[in-house]
Design a binder for this molecule. Structure first.
Ligand SMILES: Cc1cc2nc3c(=O)[nH]c(=O)nc-3n(C[C@H](O)[C@H](O)[C@H](O)COP(=O)(O)OP(=O)(O)OC[C@H]3O[C@@H](n4cnc5c(N)ncnc54)[C@H](O)[C@@H]3O)c2cc1C
Length: 288
């Protein structure tokens, strides 16, 4: 299928992008890497009258990995996250997660801002943003504001962004030493969106988990903290001998729906298996 016809505007500046988006009042959308938007247009899932190309705006580019936090511009492509030596050292969860995003061609064009704004519940990066307690920097004609990732994803493919606003950057606090990360997902084929996925950060003192943030994707309506699983992990000694409490916590956090090809109870079972694997990885990552 072909996309419905639209007007293309290449934003000359951030202000210009805001003005065009505002002027068309919901009939204009930003395009960054185009990897979700163009697929949706070609399938006629949406039909904006104007596409505002923000791909050339320097304000949305670049990565600053120097301080206590890492600031990643919205236009940073998945491949840049994947290859960043600084991220591999400071926040390895991000490159680890991106290695599961689609295929090389899509990772070469798709952007961090686009992934968070699109807010697909099966996407890896929204889950990581919540697990890492990131802050999303948003801008519009009325100025800039910051939203915690935990408040940003408000429903199925819905976010806290107001009409005419753009994601400018994402701030990730650099996790303290002794933080362990674990990430995995079940997909039908390599590169597909996850049926069930899980991203975990855990602060481990000695052999005990002190705090943990667990976020599922694929089997939820949006990226949000899995509170029961996160608190069930806290206080556990690694390696974990009795995993009954964690299995129960999964059933309290998740209420997956039946979807074509996947029954809800299969997803729940997969989530339990994945959680067990992730808990084993947390123990193993301390022995390397
Ligand atoms: C075959 C295929 C497989 C894929 N598999 C996966 C996968 O396994 N995991 C995964 O996470 N993703 C997957 N994707 C999606 C891909 O990662 C996209 O790149 C990403 O979701 C969107 O980034 P983008 O820059 O291409 O955004 P675009 O397609 O340009 O835009 C997506 C949406 O975000 C909005 N937007 C973009 N940038 C901003 C901004 N800075 N501020 C506000 N709004 C903005 C746009 O208006 C649009 O509504 C897949 C895509 C395809 C085509």
């Amino acid at each position: 299928m072909k996309a419905p016809s639209f007007r293309y505007v290449r934003a000359r500046s951030l202000q210009h992008a805001y003005q065009v988006l505002q002027h068309h009042n919901g009939d204009a959308v930003a395009i960054a890497g185009g990897q979700s938007l163009m697929a949706g247009l070609n399938l006629r899932l949406s039909g904006p009258k104007v596409l505002v190309d923000i791909g050339g705006l320097p304000e949305l580019s670049g990565m600053d990995c120097g301080g206590k936090e890492v600031r990643i511009g919205a236009l940073t492509r998945h491949v840049e996250v994947l290859r960043s030596k600084a991220l591999q050292e400071r926040i390895p969860l991000l490159p680890q997660a991106v290695s599961h995003v689609a295929h090389a061609a899509i990772r070469n064009r798709g952007t961090l801002g686009g992934s968070l704004a699109y807010a697909d519940p099966a996407a890896e990066l929204p889950a990581c943003a919540v697990a890492l307690d990131a802050t999303i920097v948003v801008g519009g004609l009325e100025g800039e504001r910051e939203v915690k990732a935990t408040d940003f994803f408000t429903g199925l493919m819905d976010t806290n962004l107001k009409p005419g606003e753009l994601i400018l950057a994402v701030r990730f606090p650099v996790p303290p030493p002794h933080t362990r990360f674990a990430f995995d997902e079940f997909t039908r084929r390599q590169g597909d969106f996850a049926v069930v996925g899980l991203a975990v950060t855990a602060l481990v003192g000695g052999d005990q988990i002190e705090t943990a943030r667990a976020v599922y994707f694929g089997c939820v309506d949006r990226a949000k903290l899995a509170e029961q699983v996160s608190s069930a992990l806290c206080g556990l000694k690694l390696p974990v001998a009795d995993r009954g409490a964690i299995r129960n916590a999964v059933t309290k956090d998740l209420e997956p729906d039946d979807t074509p090809g996947w029954r809800a109870e299969t997803k729940l079972r997969l989530a339990q298996v994945l959680t067990q694997r992730i808990v084993s990885r947390l123990a193993e990552s301390g022995t390397q």
